[in-house]
Design a protein around this ligand. Structure first.
Ligand SMILES: [Zn+2]
Length: 307
């Protein structure tokens, strides 16, 4: 499905990831050829903020920066550890400095890396050394809470996650920006926290909760995005069927969550998830592309300047 009308909005991807460092130009070319109009490019750590701004300056008509930090800091290094409140401090001036350039606030999660992190701590096994395998392990990236027991085994870790999460929600309110949310094993508390904090503009990326909990988010006006990995099986079909099209967006989470396991994902694969959602809902891909792009514009109004 090549470029159609308004084009696609990839609401969550990691274009700053090291997996794209060597052939970024080609990836961008294929992205444009596939009809992707906007890449909402999320970050994982404050050290990535400047890089995403640099890419925004190189591709101002395509890249839309989203700043955030995730609960495992030092990903890809030998010093992975759970996020602390102090980790937010170096990020604060950058949120202010680039407040006009960023289109959303989000933090990131890498659950599989977290499993690995815990395994290496518990069993003293060596760390995964090769950078090229990072995309295999990275999954479910984005802002929010991850209460997977082996990742956040203590209530203190969960409380600290919640504090970092709510502080970033506060930043989004101060900057009047939408939020890009990750939720795993924490669906109910994530949605309850968003509502308690008075968040009205939120995207729940690759949501891993029950349809009944998702519907609470729909009631609150939140949006849900799905990556090409949903095409691999019908695990999310029930959820996709139940969420009204007016609350659905598209994402790729590149380089993770692609149509094939262990293969680098690219934004060009967004058409696959579009076709899958169309199939599940019994409508045309054109209807999905129109609706999801409209939804993305409603949710991230600052991307309109990129048109
Ligand atoms: Zn991600």
């Amino acid at each position: 499905m090549a470029s159609m009308d308004g084009g696609f909005v990839d609401c969550h991807c990691h274009i700053t990831a090291c997996e794209f460092a060597e052939d970024l130009e080609d990836v961008i070319k294929r992205t444009r050829e596939a009809g992707v109009k906007t890449l909402i490019s999320v970050t994982e750590e404050p050290s990535e903020f400047e890089r995403v701004i640099q890419l925004f300056k190189s591709y101002p008509d395509l890249v839309a920066p989203c700043f955030g930090i995730h609960p495992v800091q030092g990903c890809g290094s030998h010093d992975q550890r759970s996020v602390k409140i102090q980790d937010l401090e170096p990020a604060l001036p950058l949120f202010q400095k680039y407040r006009d350039d960023i289109v959303a606030v989000g933090e990131n999660m890498r659950t599989y890396e977290s499993w690995w992190f815990l395994l290496t701590r518990v069993f003293n096994i060596p760390r995964l050394p090769s950078a090229h395998l990072r995309f295999v392990l990275r999954d479910n990236s984005m802002i929010g809470l991850d209460y997977t027991p082996w990742y956040a085994p203590t209530s203190q870790e969960r409380e600290e996650q919640l504090t970092v999460f709510t502080k970033q929600l506060q930043i989004s309110k101060d900057l009047d920006l939408p939020v890009n949310i990750h939720s795993r094993s924490a669906a109910k508390v994530t949605i309850a926290t968003l509502k308690e904090q008075g968040i009205t503009c939120a995207l729940l990326h690759n949501f891993a909760g029950k349809p009944s909990v998702a519907m609470e988010g729909v009631q609150a006006g939140y949006f849900f995005s799905f990556p090409p990995a949903v095409c691999r099986n019908d695990q999310k079909a029930k959820l996709i069927k139940q969420i009204p099209l007016e609350h659905i967006c598209l994402e790729t989470d590149s380089p993770a969550l692609g149509p094939e396991k262990h293969v680098r994902n690219e934004p060009k694969n967004i058409s696959l998830v579009c076709e899958y959602i169309a199939h599940v809902k019994g409508i045309t891909p054109q209807m999905v592309i129109h609706a999801t792009s409209d939804n993305a514009l409603r949710l991230f109004p600052k991307i309109k300047r990129l048109e």
